[in-house]
Ligand binder design. Structure first.
Ligand code: FAD
Ligand code: MLT
Ligand code: ZN
Length: 475
């Protein structure tokens, strides 16, 4: 467990009664020290890492965030930024007694331009609330994920979250047009542009996208939103082999083209967990693999015809063995939950070792098969699911409780295997606390050193989210 375990506490100051007085004066009623409230903010969503913070701060404005960081930097107090606390790599909770800076009350929509589709909002807006707001105006968010009911847009940007729509709308690196960020010393960096095009010097906002709260606190986001599609269809299909699934993907891209908006997969082990722990019902006959395909377009008749032709082709050629299609909202939602709720089902299955790998699609499932053989009875379940359309596999391994011997059989082997095929050891979840020391499997020493230089320039005292993202030998 050595590499993912916490390093020793760094010599930051400890919070004193005078510090608490300062915070209480700055944030009346919003500097929380009640242990019952703090308990849930100290533990991550997976309940796998736990900090010991005694203070939770809930600013409402950028100016308050600026004053907090300016004070903490002077006092050498460490700060752990937190959004919806749905992160999966132990990045969103303190490791020791870092102050938790929550964006929960920074939930105001600032502007929305219904001609350009550009939304500007505070970082603590919940993704699902933003989606609801936009849908009323015939727009949607360019990203969607299973954690939408809790995650904040600031957390999404800080992790560069991928999710279920990336195949169609691209990553946040393209759709985020501007950010407002408070730096470690309290300076406010206003890069909140609302322009599609802006080549004036370095694109500084990119530094904060995916940097997991280690370089600054994101306080506002402007983001380009697509029009709400008039027609949405979801197909849930069964495949007898992974090879057939890949060929279905190829056919799907060719035949659905511009209306394809998601191509996701799960294996039979995931289905077992959905049935067992969440009592969901498999909508089709049992298969080794399942696919969720979504189309989104502007002409229902045209989209349905395209989907129909595609389904006829993959069924007659036996690439797909069974399937069901939904056009109406409730059924669409039910089919999507077979994919979106796997994370929740796994949490009920025991302790979960989660891997989030990018690989060329042809190789993707080999890792699951291989790990199943390697671990045998030592693992309770070894499951594979993910964003096939993006070459992103989620390999998850469960055991009744934390099991160091099992972990030693998985890591670093799974990272070595990924690196051997030029994959990434973190496709979309980030490195956080758990994976920071494995960065070298995907990045060169020169690249990691440069990351360390950037960190030292922006946060010389290292107060922002210490022990996260960068490996222990860098900071
Ligand atoms: P948190 O978990 O609170 O924080 C995540 C990281 O960002 C931490 O390092 C934190 O310090 C930092 N941070 C948070 N807010 C700020 C801020 N304002 N400024 C600076 N740093 C900040 N991820 C995907 O990529 N794709 C998925 O499909 C996906 N599905 C998920 C489904 C479920 C059921 C769950 C539980 C998680 C899923 N995730 C997914 C992981 C997670 O939801 C995303 O990483 C999400 O973007 C985190 O947002 P959050 O607000 O919860 O951030
Ligand atoms: C997903 O795609 O379901 C998310 O990334 C969460 C997970 O990996 O479990
Ligand atoms: Zn995912």
């Amino acid at each position: 467990e050595a590499s993912s375990a916490a390093p020793p506490r760094r010599p930051f100051s400890q919070v004193t009664p005078a510090d608490l007085d300062f915070f209480r004066q700055l944030l009346p009623g919003r500097a929380i020290t009640d242990p019952d409230v703090l308990e849930s903010s100290n533990v991550d969503w997976l309940k796998s890492v736990k900090g010991n913070s005694e203070v939770l701060l809930r600013p409402k404005t950028t100016d308050e965030v600026s004053r907090i960081l300016s004070y903490c930097n002077q006092r050498n107090l460490a700060v752990s930024p937190q959004g919806g606390n749905t992160g999966l790599v132990g990045g969103s909770v303190p490791v020791f007694d870092e102050i938790i800076l929550s964006t929960a009350l920074m939930n105001q929509i600032l502007t929305f331009d219904s001609i350009s589709g550009i939304l500007t909002c505070q970082a603590g807006c919940v993704l699902e609330s933003l989606s609801q707001y936009l849908e009323e105006q015939d727009f949607i968010m360019p990203l969607d994920l299973g954690a939408k009911g809790s995650c904040h847009i600031g957390g999404n940007v800080s992790t560069n979250a991928g999710g279920l729509r990336l195949l169609r709308y691209g990553s946040l690196r393209g759709t985020v047009l501007g950010l407002e960020v408070v730096l470690a010393d309290g300076r406010v960096l206003n890069c909140l542009a609302t322009l599609r095009k802006d080549n004036t010097g370095y694109d500084l906002k990119q530094l904060f996208i995916g940097s997991e709260g280690t370089l600054g606190v994101i306080t506002a986001v402007s983001i380009l939103c697509p029009r709400k599609p008039k027609s949405v269809n979801v197909a849930f299909l069964g495949c007898s082999s992974f090879q057939n699934l890949l060929e279905t993907f190829q056919a799907c891209r060719g035949m659905l083209g511009e209306i394809l908006s998601a191509f996701e997969f799960l294996d039979a082990s995931c289905m077992n967990l959905l049935e067992k722990h969440l009592k969901l019902t498999n909508p089709i006959t049992e298969s080794p693999f399942y696919i969720v395909i979504e189309t989104a377009g502007s002409n229902a008749a045209h989209d349905e015809e395209k989907l129909h032709n595609f389904l006829e082709k993959v069924m007659t050629s036996s690439l797909v063995t069974d399937g069901t299609v939904a056009t109406e909202e409730a059924k669409i939602k039910a089919l999507w939950s077979m994919r979106e709720r796997i994370t929740e089902a796994l949490r009920h299955d025991g302790y979960t070792y989660k891997y989030d790998i990018s690989l060329s699609v042809e190789k993707i499932y080999d890792l699951v098969t291989h790990m199943r053989e390697r671990l045998g009875d030592r693992a309770q379940n070894v499951v594979g699911y993910g964003h096939i359309g993006d070459g992103n596999l989620h390999l998850n391994i469960t055991s009744p409780s934390k099991d160091p011997a099992l972990l030693a059989a998985i890591e670093p082997y799974v990272y070595e295997w990924t690196s051997q095929y030029q994959g990434s050891i973190s496709a979309e979840h980030g490195l956080g606390l758990k994976k920071r020391n494995y960065i070298y499997y995907s990045k060169t020493p020169e690249a990691v050193t440069l990351m360390g230089n950037i960190k030292a320039m922006l946060d010389p005292k290292g107060i922002l989210n210490p022990y996260k993202t960068l490996p222990d030998d860098i900071c």
